[in-house]
Design a protein around this ligand. Sequence first.
Ligand code: SAM
Length: 280
Amino acid sequence: MLSYRHGYHAGNYADVLKHSVLLQVLKLMHKKPTPFAYIDTHAGAGGYALSDEFSQKTGEYLEGVAKLWGKEDLPEPLTEYIADVTHFNQGKPELSFYPGSPAFVDMNSYEKERMVLHELHGADHAQLEEQFSGDRYIRIVKDDGLKGLIAAVPPRERRGVILVDPSYEMKTDYQDVPNAIIKAHKKFATGVYMLWYPVVNRAQTEGMLKILAQSGIKNQLRIEQSVRADSDEFGMTAAGLWIINPPWKLDEAAKEILDYLSPLLNQGGGKVTMTLEVGE
Ligand code: SAM
C-alpha cells in the first residue's frame, strides 16, 4: 500500500535542486543533435496545484520555489527553471501550479524525443494519463519503476537520461534502488543516471550511496544541499542528487545553482556539497 503523495512536497527545496539540475542535464544533452530517451522510474503526478489540500497542509513550497518567485537576480540556470515554472502557470504572475519531473522534461523535449514514465500510485498514474496520454512519444507504465528501468534499457536511441526518484517508503529501497541502477548500468553503461536521495537518517543514506560508490562504476558526482545540520530527530535535513555520467560542465551549472540556493533556502546550519565521488 503506497501512502506517499508527492503533492505534499511539490516545489519544496529538494524539488528546486532536483528540477533545476535536471533541466541543466537536458540542456547539456541537447548540445549533441542526436535524440535521447528520458526514463522516469518514479514519475509522480506530472503537475501539482499549490492551492490543494496537500500543498496547503505542509506549505513546503513556501520554503522552496516560492522563495525564488519574482527574484530578479537569479543566475542563468535558475532563470531557466523559473521560466519553466512560469510557463506551467501559463505566464500568470501568481504561483499556483508546480510542474513535476515529466512536465519539466516535456517542456524541454525536442519533437519525437521519447519518455517512459513509471508510476504505481493509482491517483497519480491517472493524472499522468490525463496530462500525457495523447502523445505517442510518451509511454506511461503503471508498474514498479525499478523493474521497468531494467526493461527500458538500453533505449533504442542509445542515449538516455534516467531519473530515479523513489519515495523511500520501504527500508529495502536503500538497497534495492542502488542495486537496480547497477543492474541497469550493466545493460546501458553510457546512460546519465540521476538518483535523488533524502537525508533523514545520514547513516542510511550514506549506506545506499556507498553501494554505488563501491560498484566499480566510474564518473559519479554528488550534488547536495542541506538546510539544517544532520539530526536524529524526525524530518529531512538535506537532499541531493547522485549522478552517474554527468554531462560535461554540469558541475559548473550546479555550482551556480548551489551558490544561489545555499543562503536563500538555508534554515540554519545547512551547507552545500559538490564532489566527484568516483572519477573517470
Ligand atoms: N519524480 C517526481 C517529480 O520530480 O516530480 C516525483 C516522484 S515522487 C518523489 C515518488 C513517486 O513514486 C510517487 O508518486 C509514488 O507514488 C511513486 N512510487 C512509489 N513506489 C513506486 C514504484 N515501485 N514504482 C513506481 N512508482 C512508485
